[in-house]
Design a binder for this molecule. Structure first.
Ligand code: FAD
Ligand code: EPU
Length: 349
């Protein structure tokens, strides 16, 4: 296999978990550090529109991408510092996220267990600061190595410089600027397991685990996720299509007074509450929505989870985007709240 491969007019259907068709003007795949270095000297990689693509599990191709798509395959994982209080693990961008979580657990390292089974690559994990079951990856990131297209240099950003927030980071805010090449994690030697997120304790009890290890927590989260979320190998989706809205506490209190069942969660900022987007969408009647005879075709909403838009078969990206916009309009009309899409939307006219 060649270390640097360039293809023109490449199909992206097999490279996004919605399984929608879209084409890239050029697709560049790099398999070695040398090939990456070479790619980074190319005019189309240094300047102009560029899309770095991992497993395509947080992206909606609403149309073709008329420029270059870059895929990084390097996937080495290694312990780079065996400290007294923590261990640092460096993983290259192309490594599979869930495989990294399992690797850390097999090496007796804790911290990432609540993030088991999240699809995607290591390189994408810092982009939206992936999170699940009470943990966000930014808490365990020591630094991110990234090529800065603005300055043409390879940089190492510490966690503070990455600007992590709920489903957000510097990289997500500046999508054309950064190419993440590797991430170094800081995993504490003494770690308190987090089992407070709704459902985790019950799942451990169902597994008959009384004193959970980090691997038990990963297995409990894996079981919960398999039950709650549709599997993209069976039905195309990108996980949650919208972020949970963060609203002023007064707004949350007023909405709760009108809709007592609406789940609302405290955040680190006492002035802000997080509302359940799934509940809002379900309350608008969208859960399980699929009208194949309509203009939406096979674009629909999962019957398993209201926050997950799905491709029931032959939906196009444009149909999925149109459905997303209709869902946003109905939540705005019924609750006066703006939903914000979570995945990156590419190729929309
Ligand atoms: P892609 O979809 O390929 O890319 C996503 C974004 O990151 C794009 O903007 C892309 O340009 C950018 N990007 C990717 N790699 C790089 C790189 N090396 N350098 C610069 N930019 C890059 N997310 C959560 O946070 N929590 C969850 O619980 C969760 N559950 C999910 C469940 C399912 C069933 C699915 C399908 C998705 C879920 N997601 C979840 C979303 C998704 O798994 C994550 O966002 C994941 O990190 C995306 O990885 P990817 O490699 O597929 O990225
Ligand atoms: N709910 C509904 N209807 C549904 C599903 C859920 O009303 O169809 C309600 C539930 O009653 C529950 C609440 O929504 O009270 C929260 O549900 P859940 O625990 O499934 O979490 P979520 O807020 O919907 C978030 C993340 C997920 C992450 C889970 C677990 C966002 C946008 N989504 O979902 O991340 O896996 O928590 O931590 O923050 C993703 O980002 O792609 C993703 C899947």
């Amino acid at each position: 296999m060649t270390a640097l491969r360039v293809r023109k007019n490449a199909s992206l259907r097999g490279r996004n978990t919605f399984g929608v068709e879209a084409r890239a003007a050029r697709l560049i795949e790099v398999r070695t550090d040398d090939a990456l270095r070479k790619a980074l000297t190319r005019e189309d990689v240094r300047h102009g529109p560029l899309l770095v693509l991992g497993e395509g599990s947080n992206i909606l191709f609403a149309g073709d991408f008329d420029a270059t798509v870059l895929c990084i395959a390097m996937a080495q994982v290694a312990i780079v510092d065996n400290g007294v209080t923590s261990v640092q693990v460096r993983a290259e961008a192309g490594a599979d996220w869930d495989a990294l979580v399992r690797w850390t657990l097999e090496h007796g390292l804790e911290g990432l267990e609540n993030l088991a089974l999240i699809p995607g690559t290591v390189g994408a994990a810092p982009i939206q600061n992936i999170g699940a079951y009470g943990v966000e990856v930014g808490e365990f990131i020591a630094s991110v190595e990234a090529f800065d297209r603005d300055t043409g240099t390879l940089r190492t950003l510490d966690a503070a410089a990455c600007g992590f927030a709920y489903r957000d980071s510097l990289f997500k805010r500046e999508p054309l600027r950064w190419i993440v090449t590797a991430v170094t994690f800081n995993l504490p030697r003494r770690h308190t397991l987090r089992v407070d997120y709704s459902g985790v304790r019950d799942e451990l009890a169902a597994m008959q685990v009384e004193r959970p290890t980090a691997s038990d927590v990963a297995n409990a989260v894996t079981r919960l996720r398999q039950r709650k979320l549709p599997d993209p190998r069976m039905i195309g989706n990108a996980g949650s299509f919208f972020k949970n809205p963060l609203v002023d506490t007064e707004v949350a209190v007023a909405l709760k007074a009108k809709h007592p069942a609406l789940p609302s969660f405290a955040t680190a900022d006492p002035a802000l509450n997080k509302l359940s987007a799934a509940w809002l969408i379900e309350a608008c009647g969208w859960k399980g929505w699929h009208q194949p005879q309509s203009a939406s075709g096979d674009a629909g909403v999962s019957a398993q989870h209201a926050l997950v838009l799905v491709n029931y078969g032959s939906a196009t990206g444009a149909q999925l985007l149109d459905l997303a916009q209709r869902i946003m309009a109905s939540v705005q009309q019924q609750f006066s709240l703006n939903l914000e899409p979570e995945p990156r939307i590419v190729g929309a006219s």
